[in-house]
Write a protein that binds this ligand. Structure first.
Ligand code: GLU
Length: 387
């Protein structure tokens, strides 16, 4: 696991995420026959990635730009687009995006593969494993997978939200050592560098705390949906899963190689001590939440301080309609303190409110478990440990 700049050079498997604003050229708007791609940039990134590939590293590219390129080609830049228009734009832009990468990598004799994923793919165990096996097979064949969200089929509720998040999930899916987010700012600053001359670059972040999140502000660019806060969220998800994350400029030549040489550029989010297991990550970040269980203070204390399982006696209320085994939020006094897989359905849980574990069989007619959420299936959310 990478904890310092000096350790970055050890990375063998790297996910590089490149944002839309680096790839799409708003100047080409509506010009007939243009594909909107900033080809020189694509070539520059490709040269850098090809060098790393030649040195034996395994790389995945998460490339945004489908929607933006589609907008350029359709003359839609600057328009307020409906979900369907964005999906249509992505359908137009994605082939242009892939064609640009394919052409650039072909000059280095490197084959590329398109992987389009949706949030749903990562929530379903079998699809997750398929995506993971496919990327392993591509690595073994020396092919560079190029990932984007499958924008034409996602609906709002299952959208990743942005490709920074996708990059983080892909870094976990592929068991990468490092996620590099290349963007149009060169690092995280403690204030907005466009507005404050005293803004200081943050070179190393050990834990993404609420104070760090506040530094992100709401800066945004013409293309892309991310801004710095989505990069911080991505860094949080990746580092908790054991993948160090760097945010560096996509504008300066050689930045990727410099980062891997341990040079002090951009912001490095190191892996801290609070690493989640794959299973914990799955529960806290990936699975959809199907309901809420409200618990009393005593039960909340037992979860937080003793790492205990949640027993029915501590349950005060149940919301939602969930089946056995689904993911629920565990709430105390209005704060969500944990997530976990519930051993009983919502209908059963309503009967078990405040019931002693020994009486579960009497109430339900059977008893599979004495706990309603077992500690192995329960993840405290950040901040919940201390309060
Ligand atoms: N998947 C979107 C695209 O390729 C980008 C989303 C984002 O900007 O993060 O256009």
């Amino acid at each position: 696991m990478i904890r310092t700049r000096q350790e970055i050079g050890r990375a063998q498997r790297i996910v590089v995420k490149i944002g839309s604003s680096l790839l799409a050229d708003a100047e080409q708007v509506g010009s007939v026959g243009t594909d909107g791609v900033q080809m020189q940039r694509v070539q520059r990134f490709t040269n850098e990635i090809a060098r790393l590939h030649a040195s034996g590293m395994q790389l995945v590219l998460v490339s945004s730009g489908a929607v933006a390129l589609g907008c350029v080609q359709l003359g839609w830049v600057g328009r307020n687009l409906s979900v369907h228009e964005k999906q249509a734009a992505a359908a137009v832009g994605q082939p242009a995006l892939m064609q640009a990468w394919k052409k650039a990598f072909a000059e280095h004799d490197i084959a590329v593969a398109q992987m389009l994923l949706t949030g749903d793919d990562l929530r379903h165990r079998r699809r997750y494993l398929n995506a993971s096996n496919t990327s392993e097979t591509l690595f073994a064949a020396g092919v560079i997978p190029i990932v984007n969200e499958n924008d034409t089929v996602v609906v709002k509720e299952i959208k990743f939200g942005d490709n920074d998040n996708l990059g983080a999930l892909v870094s976990l899916l592929t068991d990468a050592d490092l996620l590099v987010i290349m963007t149009d700012v060169d690092a995280l600053y403690d204030a907005n560098p466009a507005k404050s001359a005293n803004a200081q670059r943050i070179d190393l972040v050990v834990t993404v705390t609420p104070d760090i999140m506040d530094m992100a502000g709401d800066a945004d660019s013409t293309f892309g949906t991310g801004g710095m806060s989505s990069k911080l969220r991505a860094a949080h998800i990746a580092t908790r899963g054991g993948v160090a994350t760097a945010v560096i400029s996509g504008d300066s030549e050689g930045a990727l190689a410099a980062l891997l040489d341990g040079e002090d550029i951009g912001t490095l989010f190191a892996c801290g001590g609070d690493r989640q297991t794959r299973r914990q990550h799955w529960i806290s970040e990936v699975l959809p939440v199907a309901g809420q269980i409200s618990i009393d203070d005593g039960a909340a204390r037992a979860l937080r301080k003793q790492g205990a399982s949640l027993l029915p006696v501590g349950v005060r209320a149940v919301d939602g309609a969930f089946d056995k085994g689904e993911c629920v939020e565990i709430v105390c006094q209005g704060d969500t303190i944990a997530r976990g897989l519930c051993n009983y359905s919502a209908v059963e849980m309503r009967q078990l409110i405040g019931v002693a574990s020994d009486d579960i069989e009497k109430v339900l007619g059977y008893r599979d478990f004495s706990s309603v959420v077992h500690r192995d299936n329960l993840v405290l959310l950040s901040g919940a440990e201390e309060s």
